[in-house]
Design a protein around this ligand. Sequence first.
Ligand code: AVI
Length: 319
Amino acid sequence: MEYSLRKDTEFARDVSVGLSGNNKFLSSKYFYDHKGDELFQKIMQLPEYYLTRKEFSILEEHHRCIMERILDFPEFNMVEMGAGDGLKTKILLEYLYNQKANFTYYPIDISGNVLKQLETSLHVSYPGIEVSPIVSNYKNALQDPLWNRKTKTLLLFLGANIGNFVWDDAVKVLRKIARSLQEGDMALIGFDFKKDPELILRAYDDSQGVTKDFNLNILTRINKELGGNFDLTKFKHWPVYNPVNGECRSYLVSLVEQEVTIEALKQRFKFKKAEAIHTEVSKKYDKDELLLLAEDSGFEVLENFEDCDGYFTDSLWRK
Ligand code: AVI
């Protein structure tokens, strides 16, 4: 197979850098190819993965209070980063539709297909609703905001996606969000709270092994797209939760000493026995950290909407 055309992609470059040093790493943003999307959908249904269910319950319980803040304005934008299938957001959209609110929904997603499906399903369920999809990554979408900046904006960043950034990177992303907004605009951001370490660890090490497959899929992707010859049976999925900094980190640990070739890169990578590749961070927060994070990024916390167990919060911030 010919991989030379693909060697200059961001993926190829990141894989080359990530596997070349002593502390090997691959970015979790590369989990999400077609197979990865499917596995993530399954993860969200797992009994151990409480995050999605908890956030769903928060939106079901508190959507009126959340929306009250923006319904004060005669007209507004609702912008959503990483909209996906919009399942959770439909709770908010249904409420706004029933309230006959005057707003435009701007779902942002890297996948045009996903956005097309979302737009079609919204037009069926809520005819007349204004939907203006933005096919883009976060960075570009925030750099050149396409929404009408003259009207108030509520930006949604749900699903604990911010947890996939370590603190400094989270601050950078949130500052970019702040820059894309006007004074008085709001953001609703999903955070997973620190809690019993066992519950957290189980969410990332489920009994059916779906999260293991999700983690290993990054190696399958390298095999498929870059002509790698990773043997998946020679790597172990290993999540670790640190209750001090709230970081749940996932690794792929090499079970043997081995060498892997990646054709497109024309490179070989050596793995010592027990050497790890760091693949993901899922940071958990406490309330004091939320206040600090908001302040550091140019926001004030208006209100935390939590589920009944206090596992998760959708935190409403104002610029
Ligand atoms: C997308 N993101 C918030 C998920 C998380 O919980 O960090 C991705 C995930 N990784 C393993 N399970 C789910």
